[in-house]
Each structure stands twice: as C-alpha cells, then as structure tokens.
Design a protein around this ligand. Structure first.
Ligand code: DO4
Ligand code: MG
Length: 274
C-alpha cells in the first residue's frame, strides 16, 4: 500500500509519498508534517488536493441513512426510495477543472440562499485508465439540504457552487481494490467545541465501488484522474447546519484526516479579470 500527496513548495507543485511519518518528494526532499493525520505542513510548503482531478462526480443515496434523510427532507419522497432500490445509481457531476473544489485546510463554502447546509463525508474513488480504480481518497460533498429538499430538480444548485467540494489529504493505493473504510465526522465551532460527531462504514453501502464506476463510464468519457465520491452514510440530525466559523474533520484511518474551515461561499469567488 502507498499514500500519495501533492504540495506546492519552492520548486512549484510536486508529488510526494508518505513514508514513516514524513513526506518524501521526487528529488528526495523530506518534509516532517506539523500534524501527520491532516498533513499540516511547515512553511513554505502548502498541501494541495492529492491530484488535480479533471472532473469530480458523485453517487447519491447509496446508503440507507442517506435514503431515509432524503425521504424525510424532501417534498418529493418516492424518487429516493426508487433510486436506492433501482439497478441504475444516482450519479451527478460535482465539479470540473477544480473550479469549486478546495484543498485540505482551505475553506469550504455555504450558500447565501440556503439555511440548511451539511458536510457529506464520502469515500472518493480515483479513476485510473480504462475504468480501473487507481486509489481512494476522502471527499466532502458539501450540500444544501433545504434547496435539494424543496425539489429534486434543484439538485445541481444544492450541490455545485464555490467551495462545495474538498478531497484529500492523500490518495491511498491499497494492495486489493475493494475494501471497507470507516469514516468519522466531527464538526467543531471556532472555540473547538464539538457540535456533531458521528461515524459510518462503507460496509453498509448498497453498491460496490466497481459497480458505481461501471455505471459512470457507460458512454461517458470521464478522464483518468477524475474522482467519484461514492455517497454519504453519515447525515447529522435535522437541527444541525454548518455555519461560517465551523471546522469539518473527516477521518479515515488508512487515508488521514480531511480538515476544512467553513466560510460563506461568496468569500471564495474571485472577480474575473475584465
Ligand atoms: O439526491 C441526493 C444526493 C445524495 C447524496 O449526495 C448522497 O447520498 O451522498
Ligand atoms: Mg453526497
């Protein structure tokens, strides 16, 4: 097994591996992280997403917990039970060219027109060539539950906006591609108080990673290096919402901890040059 990361340092953007608690770059440089699990790096290094994914896709309603949460929140309930039971999964594009995706440690966003926002901790499958699974990462499919709940046709607005996605800190390449992961989610406020803590396991996922990848690639030329987030099995209670100032931590023992602070999405939008 191996863990791959990507950093920006004095020589530009470089890939590295994690070995014995240190990051080893291509030229042999070794970096000791300030915090190994989240791969917090000393200056002048900055941790990036472990790869620049050309596309990020998501599967939805792949766990009973997610199906039940959608049925509860939605004005249109049947679609979620139907898709949970159907052979064809729900698949949607989350981002392209990393325009709305942020690195570990960087802020994720919540929409101004939503009052109910949640993190969605998910295992991300990294696509290799010809549909092969190249590795796994941790993803956060940040979502607006009230927009999605008002009407399933609003799904793209609930899912796609500035800072609505993060993944990392590493890509884990195991010896055997189909395996289970245990995910722990913790949300804290700016004073470090725990607002929500929960856990889930991919062993309860209704579909296999391979099945999701196969459906995604039917007549759909998704480029290698793209990431497919495989759905959430962890939904905070209905009275929980993310707010600016919160911190989201998603931990998976084999991969590390994906940490992101929360800000208003509008703060992440840079003005385009005229
Ligand atoms: O249709 C809702 C999307 C659900 C989702 O993103 C998930 O289950 O992770
Ligand atoms: Mg999701």
């Amino acid at each position: 097994m191996a863990l791959y990361i990507r950093v920006r340092g004095p020589n530009g953007v470089e890939q590295g591996t994690v070995e014995d608690g240190r990051i080893v770059l291509g030229d042999g440089t070794r970096i000791t992280p300030l915090e190994l699990d989240s791969m917090q790096l000393p200056e002048p290094y900055e941790l990036l997403t472990p790869l620049a994914a050309p596309e990020i896709w998501c599967a939805g309603v792949t766990y009973e917990r997610s199906r039940d949460a959608r049925v509860e929140e939605s004005a249109v309930k049947d679609v979620y039970t139907m898709v949970y039971d159907a052979p064809r999964p729900e698949l949607f594009m989350k981002d392209a060219a990393m325009r709305r995706t942020v690195a570990p440690g960087r802020p994720i966003g919540i929409r101004a027109d939503s009052a109910w926002n949640v993190p969605e901790p998910e295992i991300g499958v990294v696509l290799g060539t010809n549909g092969r699974i190249a590795g796994y990462t941790i993803g956060n499919d940040v979502s607006s539950r009230d927009i999605e709940g008002a009407n399933p046709l609003y799904l793209p607005q609930a899912k796609i906006y500035a800072g609505a996605c993060s993944f990392g800190p590493a890509v884990f390449v195991p010896e055997h591609p189909e395996l289970d992961f245990h995910l722990t989610l913790r949300v804290t406020d700016e004073w470090g108080r725990i607002l929500f803590e929960g856990e889930s396991s991919t062993s309860t996922m209704r579909r296999s990673y391979t099945e999701l990848v196969e459906w995604l690639l039917i007549d759909n030329p998704v480029p290698p290096g793209s990431v497919l987030l495989t759905g959430t099995g962890l939904v905070p209670p209905d009275d929980f919402t993310l707010l600016p100032g919160h911190f989201v931590e998603i931990q998976v023992p084999q991969i590390g901890t994906l940490v992101n602070p929360v800000v208003r999405a509008s703060e992440l939008i840079q003005k385009e040059p005229d």
